[in-house]
Design a protein around this ligand. Structure first.
Ligand SMILES: CC(=O)N[C@H](C=O)[C@@H](O)[C@H](O)[C@H](O)COP(=O)(O)O
Length: 227
């Protein structure tokens, strides 16, 4: 296992992202949030977009998982080889990309993409998966980290209200030792995070519940308006 991946064992990773048009969508803001979550004990941060990756890298000493989201339909998380290479050039310590079985916009398979990435980058790669089949295929390619990031966001799995613990349990059982299993997606409470760990996750990524105040505010507002 790559030493960076080993360092993430039993830890909390925090995703620091703001979405297009949102008030916090600014690299300096994301860098400040990243520095704050490092203070809180995050073992790594996940950052989106080349400017954010650069700014976050300057603001923290923990590893940065870099992604570049492009579009909203189909494959949009670091969707092509060019996106991967740009994320690496921006300084990401870990490259994350779509790890589903769907066709990719540049026509390359995931296998071709990984082969080309490996010519330039020997750091860990994380596949954002949506299903058992996608995860096993990604692990077969030697991808270092399998994330449940896209479970519930494609037709492959229903969208659970919290983390997809059923998928996580299957993956904990079936993935080879070469691939670290990371729980990501709808981990909304400390108890969800502990359940992911107990189900066999190597590490847990929390985004919205720590770094997205508009959504968190909505959760509290709704609780107060429920009859
Ligand atoms: C599906 C998709 O695009 N997921 C994205 C991946 O980077 C982010 O929007 C999520 O915030 C991230 O995965 C963390 O998940 P959550 O915010 O649920 O803790």
């Amino acid at each position: 296992m790559h030493p960076i991946v080993e360092s993430l064992r039993d830890t909390l990773i925090v995703s620091c992202q703001a979405y297009p048009g949102e008030p916090m969508r600014h690299p300096e803001t994301m860098a400040q949030i990243a520095a704050s979550v490092q203070r809180g004990g995050a073992s790594a941060v996940r950052a989106q977009g080349l400017e954010d990756i650069r700014a976050v890298k300057d603001a923290v000493t923990i590893p940065v998982i870099g992604i570049w989201k492009d579009g909203t339909e189909g494959v949009f998380i670091t969707p092509t080889l060019n996106h991967c290479l740009a994320v690496i050039d921006a300084g990401a310590d870990i490259l994350a990309l779509d790890g589903t079985l769907r066709p990719r916009p540049d026509g390359r398979t995931l296998a071709e993409t990984i082969t080309a990435v490996r010519e330039r980058f020997d750091g860990p790669i994380m596949a954002d998966c949506d299903s058992l089949d996608a995860a096993l295929a990604a692990a077969d390619l030697g991808i270092d980290i399998i994330g449940t990031t896209l479970a519930g966001y494609t037709p492959a799995r229903p969208k659970t209200s919290g983390p997809d613990l059923e998928l996580l349990a299957e993956l904990a059982d079936r993935l080879p030792d070469t691939a670290a299993l990371i729980a990501e997606g709808r981990v909304h409470t400390p108890s969800h995070a502990a359940s992911c760990r107990d189900t066999g996750a190597h590490a847990v990524v929390v985004g919205t519940a720590i770094t997205h105040p508009a959504t968190i505010t909505g959760w509290f507002r709704e609780a107060l308006t429920e009859s």
